[in-house]
Design a protein around this ligand. Structure first.
Ligand code: HEC
Ligand code: HEC
Length: 377
């Protein structure tokens, strides 16, 4: 359709184009950081997610206050039009839609829906498993775990949908001989004669003021809510009281391990075998032993709800109280060069705080991993 007489008209306003390409870049960044980045980059992934929330909210508002073709009403089609559209494609005489065509419109809604579901499952996952973010105070590990499965499943679904979306754009561009990609860049499409007049152009001007006001209200609610909620103590983290016997007797030869890192049965076994504690005699008088044993039991892995406590519950039966022999520990540290554990500044697998800044608290947050894959000479 290279006919010079056909007027090019503005279909996509600037905000919608910026939204579209920004969303593309951020979703790519989210997928890459989610699937490929190391664990301690989690914070970047999370921040990308927060910016996407802002974009999606903007899109929802713009769907009511934007210019003609940005508004949802302009691309909610009856099943009849949808069928006609499909028939038109089949018979190679597609109906021309200035804005989104009915199939494309369905994809826009589906994408917005799936992206929102990914964000929500991600926040639940973050709160439950990592004990971070606005829902940490509310969500337990088990719920966070299930949400994490959904988060990943939906991410795969999103990848498939993006491919379908691109295929649809290529296909539609081919049969209509109008580049939809270029239209999303310069905002213009040719105003062909068979244009559906119901949605003629430029009829509806964007309403900037309501958009900005509503965005501002959302921003206040979200940012305020975020700070308020993410300051609450995470669910399942009980404040451990200080036990002086534990602190003075168990930190002589190595760092103090959080009682939440092993199940009660493991601690009990360890406390019964202190005279042969990994080849050392760590035995104590009966009173002190009892006191420490009770403390360890009280805050054992069963009574905590962190990612570490839930996973260290499963121990290696041959070394029931060696944290660094548990299957989860080995799995998580399998990519680390063995030499790193032998040299400074680590000096031993049991020296958790060399790489985990919050080891003593028992948190082991991803963002607190201060890991360099090179021994210090
Ligand atoms: C006399 C020194 C000494 C004292 C006191 C001591 N430990 Fe240990 N502990 C060791 C040694 C040595 C190891 C083995 C380190 C290794 O193999 O890398 C160890 C290992 C551990 C581990 C396993 C760490 C890992 O790598 O998974 C735990 C848990 C532990 N000790 C808890 C305690 C507790 C609780 C107390 C207090 C009741 C205590 N230790 C007191 C010397 C001591
Ligand atoms: C040489 C540095 C190093 C030492 C020492 C070390 N870790 Fe780690 N740990 C890491 C790294 C790096 C990761 C992230 C691995 C990954 O998943 O890519 C990690 C991951 C973890 C995780 C999972 C965190 C999460 O949110 O996914 C836990 C729990 C953990 N370590 C506990 C321990 C405990 C307990 C000890 C001590 C007994 C320990 N680590 C010692 C480097 C270390």
């Amino acid at each position: 359709m290279k006919n010079k007489n056909i007027k090019q008209i503005k279909v996509w306003d600037l905000p919608i184009r910026i939204f579209h390409w920004a969303l593309l870049v951020l979703i790519l960044a989210a997928l890459l950081s989610g699937f490929f980045a190391p664990e301690w980059w989690l914070n970047y992934h999370i921040w990308i997610g927060y910016v996407i929330i802002g974009l999606v909210i903007f899109r929802l508002i713009w769907g009511f206050f934007g210019s003609s073709y940005s508004r949802f009403v302009s691309f909610i089609f009856s099943p009849k039009i949808l069928l006609e559209h499909i028939k038109g494609i089949n018979s190679n005489q597609p109906i021309y839609f200035l804005g989104h065509n009915p199939l494309g419109a369905l994809m826009v809604f589906a994408l917005l829906f799936v992206i929102s579901a990914i964000i929500i499952s991600g926040l639940i996952n973050l709160g439950g498993i990592e004990n971070q973010g606005p829902f940490a105070f509310l969500i337990d590990y088990a719920t966070g775990f299930i949400a994490g499965k959904w988060h990943i499943f939906l991410a795969y679904l999103l990848i498939i949908m993006i491919f379908l979306h691109i295929l649809g754009v290529i296909f539609e561009s081919k049969i209509s001989r109008i580049s939809l990609v270029r239209a999303m860049i310069n905002g213009k499409k040719p105003n062909l004669a068979n244009l559906d007049n119901k949605i003629a152009i430029g009829l509806i001007k964007p309403q900037i003021l309501p958009t900005i006001s509503i965005m501002a209200i959302f921003a206040i609610i979200f940012i305020g809510g975020y700070f308020l909620l993410s300051r609450q103590a995470p669910s399942g983290f009980i404040l451990m009281e200080v036990n002086e016997d534990f602190q003075s007797e168990c930190a002589d030869c190595h760092e103090l391990y959080s009682p939440s890192l092993l199940p009660a049965s493991s601690w009990e076994k360890m406390m019964n075998e202190l005279d042969n504690h990994f080849g050392e005699d760590a035995s104590l008088d009966i009173e002190t032993t009892k006191n420490i044993a009770a403390y360890l039991r009280k805050y054992s892995a069963e009574n905590w709800d962190s990612e570490a406590s839930n996973n260290f519950m499963i121990v290696d039966n041959k070394a029931p109280y060696k944290i660094s022999e548990t299957p989860f520990w080995k799995e998580r540290h399998k990519n680390i060069d063995e030499n790193l554990f032998k040299t400074k500044p680590v000096k031993g697998k049991g020296n958790c705080s060399a790489c985990h800044a919050d080891a003593e608290l028992g948190y082991f947050h991803d963002k607190n991993i201060k890991f360099r894959n090179k021994p210090v000479k």
